[in-house]
Design a binder for this molecule. Structure first.
Ligand code: PLP
Length: 436
């Protein structure tokens, strides 16, 4: 199998760092995956703590300041763990901000972005002592400046700009092109105007520029072009207006391996970005800004796997085998949203059964409810077997829904032979809690 669980979080393996293939089948965090399914039920999101620490450490060593984008996966234990590894946090909404604050993270270590922040959201963030406000547009700059002035604060702010480049990713997760709804274009002069408005406001303290070009980016070049564009703007701001850009945030989006993708190592990417930043700053004659990044997927994506139990196996005309599992689009909408594709293995050892083309489908009332399409899977999979899907740590649980009144699954963290429930599974009573 091209992507069997490997002993290391290899760049080209979608499996978590501690995933191993043993005589007892798949193990993760020193625990048997089949036992985890038995103990906690299925579907179950399993997170490998060693993998999380490893990825957080790689980013912390590679970049001067790292904000984990909590939208990828949020729960208190995770946020505390990543905070302990030296990462700051990036929230994309008031709900995510509340999650950060309730996890006990110092507000000064949290940044907030979003293209349509409400008055209440801004008031809560600024009032709490938010570290960085990433301003998206002129309306927000005026609103935030007034709120900060009213609260007697001077809020540190970045201005989100559109560098005008394509990161070559799915159009739903591409955010650096002129059509993007996020930020203001450099090319039109709107970005510069927003910086001036920020600098001139009483309530905001302009600290620097922000860009985020998209997600699941597998190349280094788009980040280098982003640095070029941000530095050109910073140079122009310095020369024309005497404005100092202290912080340069190149966003997140660092890609991971789901099947056979080979993203650049973070250390190498960071080295290339740093070299380009130094060269650009020398060219522009500006001091070196502090470089910020905001990884989400690259920290948690590969740390997670989902365990499902097979409920039925069917043959379809043309030789397609359908294997139905007890979850699907409610716990992982990515295949439906982006045509995402995953590695899947049965967790129990097989005795040389051939692998046949299989589509793993969910249990929801949508024909598009697919977990993985046309992948090779052991021919002897039967109802009752447990399957593991790799790379489900990011944008699965956080995008989960209760479609078909399906409770969200539990999240168990595994480490050194111990499993700890970080989030319990929802119950039908939980689903009733909003009824009036
Ligand atoms: C502004 C911003 N920063 C960071 C991220 C994290 O992206 P990723 O999880 O791909 O690293 C996102 C995700 O969309 C984002 O919008």
């Amino acid at each position: 199998m091209s992507a069997q669980p490997s002993p290391h979080a290899s760049l080209s393996s979608p499996w978590p760092a501690t995933a191993r293939w043993t005589a007892h089948g798949l193990e993760i965090g020193g625990l048997c995956a089949a036992d985890l399914a038995e103990e906690f039920g299925t579907p179950l999101l399993v997170c490998d703590v060693a993998h999380l620490r490893q990825r957080a450490g790689e980013f912390r060593r590679a970049f001067p300041q790292v904000h984990y984008a909590v939208k990828a996966l949020t729960c208190r234990r995770l946020l505390r763990l990543l905070g302990g590894e030296g990462l700051r946090l990036l929230a994309a909404s008031q709900g995510e901000l509340e999650a950060c604050l309730r996890a006990g993270v110092a507000p000064g270590r949290v940044a907030l972005h979003g293209n349509n922040k409400s008055e209440t959201e801004l008031e809560r963030a600024i009032g709490a002592g938010l570290g960085l406000l990433i301003c998206d547009n002129l309306d927000e700059i005026r609103r935030a400046a007034a709120i900060a002035a009213r609260l007697g604060r001077r809020q540190d702010a970045l201005v989100r700009v559109i560098p005008g480049i394509s990161a070559g990713v799915h159009r739903h997760i591409e955010t650096g092109t002129a059509e993007s709804k996020f930020g203001l274009p450099i090319a039109s002069g709107e970005a510069e105007e927003a910086v001036l408005a920020t600098v001139e406001s009483r309530g905001l303290h302009y600290r620097g520029l922000h860009a985020h070009i998209g997600s699941q980016v597998l190349e280094t070049e788009p980040y280098l072009v982003t640095v070029d564009r941000l530095c050109s703007l910073a140079g122009r701001l310095a020369r024309t207006h005497g404005i100092d850009t202290e912080l340069l945030d190149i966003g997140g989006g660092f890609g991971i391996t789901y099947r056979s993708e080979e993203p650049p190592a973070i250390s190498l990417l960071a080295r290339a970005v740093d070299a380009r930043l130094r060269a650009d700053c020398a060219r522009e004659g500006i001091p070196l800004p502090r470089l910020l990044t905001e990884p989400g997927r690259a920290v948690v994506g590969g740390a997670g796997l989902t365990l499902y139990r097979v409920g039925s196996v069917k043959e379809r005309p043309g030789g397609t085998r359908l294997v139905a599992v007890d979850g699907g689009m409610s716990d992982n909408p990515r295949p439906m949203l982006y045509g995402a594709s995953y590695e899947v293995v049965p967790v129990a050892t097989r005795n040389g059964a051939p692998r046949v083309a299989t589509t793993v489908v969910g249990q929801h009332c949508e024909s598009g409810d697919v977990v993985a399409e046309a992948l090779p899977l052991s021919a002897d999979v039967v109802a009752g077997d447990v399957l593991a899907v790799a790379g489900t740590g990011a944008y699965c649980y956080s995008m989960a829904s209760n479609y078909n009144r399906t409770p969200r699954p539990a999240l168990a963290a595994v480490h050194d032979g111990d499993a700890e429930l970080w989030l319990r599974g929802e119950t039908y009573d939980d689903l009733d809690k909003l009824e009036v």
